[in-house]
Design a binder for this molecule. Structure first.
Ligand code: CUA
Length: 337
């Protein structure tokens, strides 16, 4: 039998699955109730006036007052205060939703028609999003083709995924269970099937990673993939041990906090996991002439359309791995019993 209370809750808002629910739901409720109360009040008064002031035989309308300062003040100041309150609630909520927690773990998300791929800090990847309860995560999103949108209703977390540009969202799941990730931007005929599972595990992050995200694929660690791409495409002109070649060396690139160019203003980065750093690397590969590093001339061909976002991600992982000037093989997968 259907529980009416339960189905009403389902019809209304989904269960609160992240800390964002306490930010967004009260404001949603407030705006809903303000609208309901205003709507009912206006309709009731309108009907009441239509009845008592209707035209009828022998009825002489009173001359209407041209102005009431008190009424003007009430209906100007009242709604203004409500709107200002809504604005500040919205602005403070927005800033909470946009400011990642310092302890957030990074998961890279690559969307494509019609799939989601999640790459974890240990290099494992898959199409199920594994999370740990009360562990904040930052998702760095990029699309291979068209605009998609990441949405898990229980988390109240939603973000468009842009082709070729990395940007981040974050949230902190608070409810253990299995949820659905939806694509909420129409992206082609498979859009409605672009649904994946999100599992919030009760184990703490490290234990959860050991149990569910232990990577198994010896050949395809992102760093190893990046090393292969480096050998094919980059090694002719870029060293990673600091030695001079046609282009700047990759030594120290991932840990650099700023970069100066032949023309235009310098860039600053918040580390190799920041959106800014990754978008800079991505731009340098796709459009090398956009910013030319000080002391060099541009001799690099454009790789626009030649490398996928996935491959760019591998190269970025490789750059992080060789930041110190040496390359060591990525860790081998643990033995499964
Ligand atoms: Cu992807 Cu809709």
């Amino acid at each position: 039998m259907i529980n009416p209370i339960h189905s009403l809750a389902q019809f209304y808002l989904p269960p609160k699955g992240s800390t964002f629910a306490d930010v967004t739901d009260p404001l949603f409720d407030a705006i809903l109730w303000i609208s309901i109360v205003s709507f009912v009040a206006i309709v009731v008064v309108m009907c009441w006036f239509a009845i008592i002031y209707r035209r009828r035989p022998g009825y002489k309308p009173l001359p209407s007052p041209s102005h009431s300062t008190l009424l003007e003040l009430i209906w100007t100041i009242g709604p203004t205060l409500i709107l200002v309150w809504i604005f500040f609630q919205g602005a403070s909520g927005y800033s909470t939703l946009r400011t990642p927690d310092q302890d957030a773990e990074l998961i890279e998300v690559t969307a494509s028609q019609f799939n989601w791929k999640f790459t974890y800090p240990n290099g494992d990847f898959g199409d199920t999003l594994h999370l740990s309860v009360n562990q904040p995560v930052r998702l760095q999103l990029v699309s291979e083709d068209v605009i998609h949108s990441f949405y898990v209703p229980e988390f109240r977390a939603k973000m468009d995924v842009m082709p070729g540009r990395r940007h981040s969202m974050w949230f902190k799941p608070t409810l253990v269970g299995e949820f659905k990730l939806f694509c909420t931007e129409y992206c082609g005929d498979g859009h409605s099937k672009m649904v994946k599972n999100v599992i919030v595990h009760p184990e703490p992050w490290d234990e959860m990673m050991r149990k569910y995200v232990r990577w198994k694929d010896a050949e395809n660690h992102p760093v190893a993939n990046g090393a292969r791409l480096y050998n094919v495409y980059c090694s002719g002109c870029h060293s990673f041990d600091g030695s001079a070649k046609t282009g700047p060396s990759f030594k120290g690139l991932a840990s650099s906090t700023n970069r100066e160019f032949v023309s235009g203003s310098p860039l600053t980065f918040g580390g190799a996991d920041s959106d800014e750093w990754k978008n800079y690397v991505s731009e340098s590969i796709k459009r090398p002439d956009a910013r030319i590093v000080k002391g060099y001339a541009n001799q690099m061909p454009s790789f626009e359309g030649k490398l996928s976002e996935e491959q760019l991600g591998y190269i970025m992982q490789f750059l992080k791995a060789v930041d110190g000037g040496t390359y060591s093989e990525p860790p081998k997968p643990e033995k499964t019993q």
